[in-house]
Design a protein around this ligand. Sequence first.
Ligand code: HPA
Length: 267
Amino acid sequence: MLEDVIQSSEWLKARINSHPSIAIILGSGLGSLAKEIEVKVQFDYWDIPHFPISTVEGHAGRLLVGTLGGKDIIAMQGRFHYYEGYSMQQVTYPIRVFRELGIKTLFVSNAAGGTNPDFHIGDIMMITDHINMLPENPLRGKNVDYGPRFLDMSHAYSPALMAKARQIAHDEGIALREGVYLATQGPTYETPAEYHMFRLLGADAVGMSTVPEIIVARHCGIECFGISVITNVVQQSAQVSHQKVEAAAQAAQTRLTQLFKQLIQHL
Ligand code: HPA
């Protein structure tokens, strides 16, 4: 696997003439952030040696290299989900390639269901911590000596980046929720009983991604920052139309883009 990672990164290095230290994973429905990137070069996943290929509709499956907020960045448009049938090694493969490319900070976004009764559709939530309810940990198996066998997860999400995000949100008047993201394997959404259980377990939002990438990024010594866009809220789901959800997601994108861009500017 590590040989493959090195081949992928060497292939990319030969085609990129910048040295990005920031990577972004764009979650479902978060396309407008990509529009803000000044793309210098882009790669379809299937062109990159050994890279897994995205299967979900609405996920482009492209690696964008360019600038955002005046910084060199690399962005994944489309990620790999465990529910698609990928192994955990495949789900987290790009993160190890990022490490080889010299990435030091990872920004992730995702769509999630709100289990916190105070949340509303279209809210953006800074992920302060997570609960891994996926059936497998991506570090299972022989330890890759990128990091320790038993990884400390007490600061999975960078306290410094969270503090900066709070300040930016305050200064810009962006309503920023905070909470715990719980990852389930999906692909089914939760039954009302399951949402209730996850709330009791301490989750504010539930989704089907992000946690494996964060675990591997931390193992690689990469600082992490994550935002969930709340696309549905358990208690309010009965009264909400698809159009309202779409409109809320659209409105959320602008705030998310602004926050990411400013955070990156301040790095
Ligand atoms: N559950 C799991 N994943 C999700 C949800 C949800 O309610 N909404 C968006 N992604």
